[in-house]
Design a protein. Structure first.
Length: 497
């Protein structure tokens, strides 16, 4: 049996090659304020906007958010949207090595969605695209990049949105070379002719795509299994994973009985990009040596995470672990947030109940009585306490290369296990100022070793009517001093008896 907990640490050693149709996903969030008198259409009061790498690019985002590396090949236009995408891929922190071919003959694919935040409903979508195969010159450039990167990859994802990148020639070339190199190929398909994916390891159609491709009934589980079995034979794949939305997933492997897993019970906010997450997790699990059933179960858990988020979302390793492991060990992890968008809904619910939200922050490398006092007294000043936790990279910049002693996941889990803490939010910056601006807490708490005018975020909190509280420290307790004393003891030579 595949031991997910044991192999989770190996995700960072994996590299996945993703090839497909990248697009710019724009989300405009707001509330419907009135119905226009000129036409029976809602008028939206805009609250915020998100611009995200979508399509095949979202597969890449999910791969790196889980801790792996991604090699990406795609096409962009010579236009502002293309430049935004290139900039997003080129950022050093993205974790994606991209080979983006510029096609001056086509626009960068862009999808603009207007979403009602209150109802989590998509009201309107506008698309900019040219949905036809790329020309021979662009195709040759894509194949050259794909073949050059393939030896570095542990698995391959072909993310087909039918915008023209995945031509039959490119698909055949990549699958054949990957098979020679014994690399699994995962295909998120489009269209009715799946014969172009012949030889792929896994194909992941949804119910409608499976029915259209096989021209068979797909109403019941038995019908789905029969159609999936027919598809495996027709295209020579080892497995078919059928995504069934609220009904979960179905796995059909050649010569074996089907396996159907139900969907997790979650509040669905947005299904945009859930298929991208499924493809990314399947690729990573197969690269790690998981069997098809274990890979599907992990992908099903990941899908449950992202549909509970707004927009084209990603899943983090901690979130995936939290879905898969037994519930008894997960209560603290439900308090941990790495993707800041995930706490917006929780904050909104707390504010709707008129709860007083408090905030404090720190490294919390070795938890000691001084920390416990600050956290307990901070919780006494509010109804819900949010703790900002410096990421590992942030700690190294602040404390030096030998810190932290414990990684951010371990530190977050210890904090989340404390009754005084309601939410742990990891931040990458050197200070929590950006996080404080997003949270807008009613009270900001720090230890008494600070002067009031030294507290980061004081002006933000006080400007909105909040207050800053300084808590007396417990004398003699400091993580830095504890570490120094420990190292001093180790460095002293032992006396010979």
């Amino acid at each position: 049996m595949f031991d997910f907990e044991k192999r989770l640490s190996d995700i960072g050693k994996q590299t996945i090659l993703c090839i497909g149709d990248v697009m710019l996903d724009d989300f405009v969030y707001g509330d419907v304020s009135r119905i226009s008198p000129e036409a029976p259409a809602p008028v939206i009061r805009v609250n915020r906007e998100d611009v995200i790498i979508g399509g095949a690019g979202n597969v890449a985002r999910n791969i790196v958010s889980l801790g792996a590396r991604c090699l990406f090949v795609g096409v962009i236009g010579d236009d502002p949207a293309g430049r935004i995408l290139r900039s997003a891929f080129d950022r050093g922190r993205s974790g994606i090595t991209s080979r983006l071919v510029i096609d001056p003959q086509r626009p960068t694919t862009r999808k603009l969605r207007f979403v009602s935040e209150h109802h989590s409903t998509h009201l309107l979508r506008a698309d900019w695209e040219l949905a036809k195969p790329v020309n021979a010159k662009i195709e040759a450039a894509l194949i050259k990049h794909a073949l050059a990167l393939l030896p570095r990859a542990d698995a391959v994802v072909l993310s087909d949105y039918a915008k023209g990148v995945l031509t039959p020639r490119l698909i055949r070339t990549v699958i054949e070379r990957a098979r020679k190199l014994k690399k699994p190929v995962i295909v998120d398909p489009k269209g009715n002719d799946f014969s172009i994916y012949r030889g792929a390891t896994v194909i992941t159609p949804n119910r409608k795509e499976l029915g259209d491709a096989t021209r068979l009934a797909v109403g019941t589980v038995d019908e789905l299994a029969a159609a999936a079995s027919a598809l495996t034979r027709a295209v020579g794949s080892k497995a078919v994973v059928v995504t069934l939305s609220e009904e979960g997933m179905l796995l059909q492997t050649r010569g074996n009985a089907p396996v159907h897993v139900p969907a997790y019970s979650v509040k669905v906010r947005d299904v945009s990009g859930a298929g991208d997450t499924v493809a990314a997790v399947l690729a990573l699990m197969l690269a790690l040596g998981a069997d098809f059933e274990a890979a599907m179960r992990a992908a099903n858990a990941a899908a449950a995470v992202v549909v509970g988020k707004s927009g084209t979302a990603i899943v983090l390793a901690a979130e995936l672990r939290a879905r898969i492991l037994p519930s008894a060990s997960l209560a603290p992890e439900e308090k941990i947030v790495f993707d800041w968008r995930d706490f917006d809904q929780r904050l909104a619910e707390w504010r709707a109940q008129d709860l007083r939200i408090g905030f404090t922050n720190g490294v919390f490398d070795l938890l000691h009585p001084g920390h416990i006092r600050v956290l307990a007294q901070a919780r006494a000043t509010c109804d819900r306490l949010v703790v900002g936790l410096n990421s590992d990279a942030s700690v190294k910049r602040l404390k030096g290369k030998d810190r932290p002693i414990q990684n951010e996941h371990a530190r977050a889990e210890v904090l989340a296990g404390l009754e005084a803490v309601d939410l742990v939010v990891v931040f990458e910056q050197d200070t929590p100022l950006e996080l404080i601006r997003r949270l807008r807490p009613s009270v900001l708490v720090k230890g008494g070793d600070y002067q009031r005018n030294q507290v980061v975020g004081r002006d933000v909190v006080e400007a909105q009517g909040g207050e800053v509280i300084l808590v007396d420290l417990v004398p003699g307790f400091s993580t830095t001093r504890i570490v120094e004393r420990s190292r001093a003891r180790k460095s002293k030579p032992r006396k010979r008896r």
